[in-house]
Design a protein around this ligand. Structure first.
Ligand code: 7TS
Length: 417
C-alpha cells in the first residue's frame, strides 16, 4: 500500500516490498513488521527463483564431470564467484572463497593463519566483536600461546582509536575487527584503522563484514584490509552461504582449512599437494545453489543501489532515534549521531527487561531480537545483560518505524505499571 510518508524515501519502498512475498502476512492478527534484519534478512523472489531454476534445470556436481549439466553447474558456480568479486571490487575472482557464512570465513582465517602464530604474538580484537570474530581467535591463541589484546569502547559505542593505536606494534600479527557492529550499530572508520595498522605493524587486517556488506557499498581494495568476511543470509541471499575475500598472496600463504575432495592437486600415500586458490579452501561438494543465490542477491542489491539502501536506512534510523528518544526511561546504545551508524538500534528501558519488551512487540506483529546478540562483551561493557534490538533493511517503511515507536512506548508504560 502506497503512503505519503514513503514518497520521502530515496528508494521506491512500495515497489521493493512487492519483491518480498514473506512481508505480506499477518502474525497474530497484526500485519508483520519485520525489524530483525541484523539477525537475518528476507529474500526477494529473484533470489528464490534463481535457486529454484538452478535445481530445476542445471544441477550436477561441479568441476568433475564432462557432461552438459556438470558444465552448466560449474559455470554457474564459478560465474557467481566472478559476480561477487566484481561487487566487492576484488582484484581477481580467485580471491573469493565460498564458505557457509561469516562464521566459517573467520574460523578458516583463525585456523589457517593461526598455524603461523607463535608464543608472544598478539592478535588485536575489540570489545564490540560478535562471538564469531572472537571465539575462533581465543581458540587459536589457546593452541599457539599467542595473546589477545582488546580495543576498548567509548561511552557512545565507538572503538577507542587512541587506545587501539597504543596496542599496535611489532608483536601484532593479526587485527580482526567488525566493519559494522551488530550490537551497537556503529560503523567503524575502517580506512583510518587500516592506515594505523599499516603505519605501525606488518599485521594482517581482517574485517568482519557480516553487517557491512549488506548495507554499504564495499570496495575491498579501497578499504585497505587484507580479508573481508560476509554472509549471504543477511544480504537477501540464502542461508548457509557466504564468503571470504582475501588478497591472493595471503590465501596462497595459508595452509588449507579442511581436507577432502576438490582441494588437492595430487595425493600420495604419505602426503598431498594442494589445489590452487581458492579451491584449496573448498573441500567437498560445494553449495552450488547457494552460490547462484548469492549472485542473484548481489544483482538485486545493486539494481536497487547500495547508496540508496544506505540513505533509506539512515532516514529510518534518524526517525526511529527521534521516536524512541521520546520514550521515558529509554536509552539507545551506540553513537548518538545517526550518521555514524547503520540501521541497528539496540535499546534498554529502565524498569523493564529486554525480553519483555520484545515479547510485547511480537504480540503487536513487530519482530525484533532481545538478548546479548552474540556480543556478550558489549552488554558487559555497559553494565547490562541484554538489549532489545530493532534493525532495518531496504523494505522497511517510515510507517513501520512510527509503529515501532508507538508499541515500544506502550510496552514501556505497561511494564512499569
Ligand atoms: N559477525 C557479525 C557482526 C554478525 O552480526 C554476525 C551474525 C556474524 C558475524 C555471524 O554471521 P553468521 O552468518 O555466520 O551467523 N549476527 C547475528 C545477529 O546479530 N543476530 O543473529 C545473528
Amino acid at each position: 500500500m502506497a503512503n505519503v510518508a514513503n514518497a520521502l524515501l530515496s528508494l521506491d519502498v512500495d515497489a521493493v516490498r512487492k519483491d518480498f512475498p514473506i512481508l505480506h502476512q499477518e502474525v497474530g492478527g497484526k500485519p508483520l513488521i519485520y525489524l530483525d534484519n541484523a539477525a537475518s534478512s528476507q529474500k526477494p523472489r529473484a533470489v528464490v527463483e534463481a535457486i529454484a531454476n538452478y535445481y530445476y534445470r542445471d544441477h550436477a556436481n561441479v568441476h568433475r564431470g564432462v557432461h552438459e549439466l556438470a558444465r552448466r553447474a560449474t559455470e554457474a558456480y564459478e560465474g557467481s564467484r566472478e559476480r561477487v568479486a566484481r561487487w566487492l571490487n576484488a582484484a581477481d575472482a580467485h580471491e573469493i572463497v565460498w564458505t557457509r557464512g561469516t562464521s566459517e570465513a573467520l574460523n578458516l582465517l583463525a585456523f589457517s593463519l593461526g598455524q603461523g602464530l607463535r608464543e608472544g604474538d598478539e592478535v588485536v580484537v575489540s570489545e564490540m566483536e560478535h562471538h564469531s570474530n572472537l571465539v575462533p581467535w581465543q581458540m587459536a591463541a589457546e593452541r599457539t600461546g599467542a595473546r589477545l589484546r582488546y580495543v576498548e569502547l567509548t561511552a557512545d559505542g565507538r572503538l577507542d582509536l587512541d587506545q587501539l593505536a597504543s596496542l599496535l606494534g611489532g608483536r601484532t600479527r593479526v587485527v580482526a575487527l567488525s566493519h559494522v557492529s551488530n550490537a551497537l550499530g556503529t560503523i567503524n572508520p575502517v580506512e583510518e584503522i587500516a592506515g594505523l595498522v599499516r603505519e605501525r605493524t606488518g599485521a594482517v587486517l581482517i574485517l568482519d563484514g557480516a553487517q557491512g556488506a549488506p548495507h554499504l557499498k564495499v570496495d575491498v581494495q579501497a578499504l585497505g584490509c587484507d580479508a573481508y568476511a560476509f554472509s549471504g543470509h543477511k544480504m537477501c541471499g540464502p542461508t548457509g552461504m557466504g564468503g571470504l575475500w582475501a588478497r591472493r598472496s595471503l590465501l596462497e600463504s595459508m595452509p588449507p582449512y579442511q581436507g577432502g575432495g576438490e582441494m588437492i592437486a595430487r595425493v600420495f600415500k604419505d602426503h598431498s599437494t594442494w589445489a590452487e586458490v581458492p579451491h584449496k579452501f573448498e573441500a567437498g561438494t560445494p553449495n552450488v545453489a547457494g552460490a547462484v543465490g548469492m549472485a542473484a542477491a548481489v544483482d538485486y542489491l545493486e539494481a536497487v543501489g547500495l547508496d540508496q539502501i544506505h540513505d533509506h536506512e539512515q532516514l529510518l534510523t534518524r526517525r526511529a532515534m527521534e521516536l524512541l528518544g521520546q520514550v521515558e526511561g529509554l536509552t539507545i546504545l551506540g553513537p548518538a549521531d545517526a550518521r555514524g551508524r547503520a540501521g541497528v538500534i539496540p535499546f534498554v528501558v529502565d524498569g523493564t527487561t529486554a525480553q519483555d519488551i520484545a515479547t510485547i512487540l511480537d504480540s503487536e506483529g513487530v519482530a525484533v531480537r532481545a538478548g546479548h546478540h552474540c556480543a556478550q562483551l558489549v552488554v558487559d561493557r555497559y553494565g547490562l545483560t541484554a538489549t532489545t534490538r530493532a534493525s532495518f533493511y531496504l523494505y522497511n517503511t517510515l510507517e513501520e518505524v512510527e509503529r515501532l515507536g508507538q508499541v515500544v512506548d506502550m510496552a514501556a508504560r505497561m511494564l512499569r505499571g
